[in-house]
Design a binder for this molecule. Structure first.
Ligand SMILES: N[C@@H](CCC(=O)N[C@@H](CS)C(=O)NCC(=O)O)C(=O)O
Length: 202
């Protein structure tokens, strides 16, 4: 049995979307999170098994998985029939893993640097490099891995929608986010959690 621990308008919204895209049978437990914007606003929700009280957290037959990229990959691998991943040993697997870990290791730090107003040369170069990497992939598009929608689009597309106003003004981002928002999996996610709509407009 699979259980996702989710809080509205957080990184677990992307996992809710992924579940719909995969057609996965996952129980969703709605949680409160203790901190927003770095301020403590309450105690960790006792329902949530995440060791830091964060979301997403996934439990599969008693095993706890945390970190968005790990949760996303774990669920995608359980559902190869959905075609959102890539088999071990295939050339596409390497590209998929690269995108998933790049999302956490490069894109998020680049965005947080920009959000916190960091203006040093390193932060600026990191942000610009991340945007260039995305635009190059979307130029070849229509999805990050080419013609096929994958778990990389769920992870990265949801992040881009979240920071929509800070992205460079480019039809590449506009069209990409519109394509993602039009997916039926998005519509089904909204039924589960109406607060989780992808931000399409800049
Ligand atoms: N690196 C983690 C970050 C998880 C995370 O920070 N989630 C936020 C919501 S978007 C949270 O639960 N915050 C509550 C807290 O910091 O206590 C991941 O990608 O899963």
């Amino acid at each position: 049995m699979l259980t996702l621990f989710h809080a509205a308008q957080t990184r677990s919204s992307r996992i809710l979307w992924l579940i719909e895209e995969l057609g996965a049978d996952v129980e969703v437990v709605y949680c409160e999170i203790a901190h927003r914007d770095g301020k403590k606003v309450g105690e960790p929700d006792p329902k949530n098994p995440h060791p830091d009280g964060k979301v997403p957290a996934l439990i599969h037959d008693g095993v706890l998985i945390t970190e968005s990229a790990a949760v996303a990959l774990y669920l995608t691998d359980l559902h190869p029939e959905a075609g959102l991943g890539a088999p071990v040993g295939s050339p596409e697997r390497g590209r998929m893993l690269t995108w998933l870990t790049w999302a956490a290791g490069e894109l998020e730090p680049a965005l947080f640097g920009r959000m916190s107003g960091a203006s040093d040369a390193f932060a600026v170069a990191r942000f610009e490099a991340a945007m260039d990497r995305l635009m190059e992939a979307l130029w070849n598009g229509p999805f990050l891995m080419g013609g096929r929608f994958t778990v990389a689009d769920v992870m990265i597309g949801s992040t881009l929608a979240w920071v929509r106003p800070m992205l460079p003004d480019s039809p590449l981002f506009d069209r990409y986010l519109e394509r993602l928002a039009a997916r039926p999996g998005q519509a089904r996610e909204l039924v589960r959690d109406p607060s989780s709509a992808l931000e399409v407009a800049a």
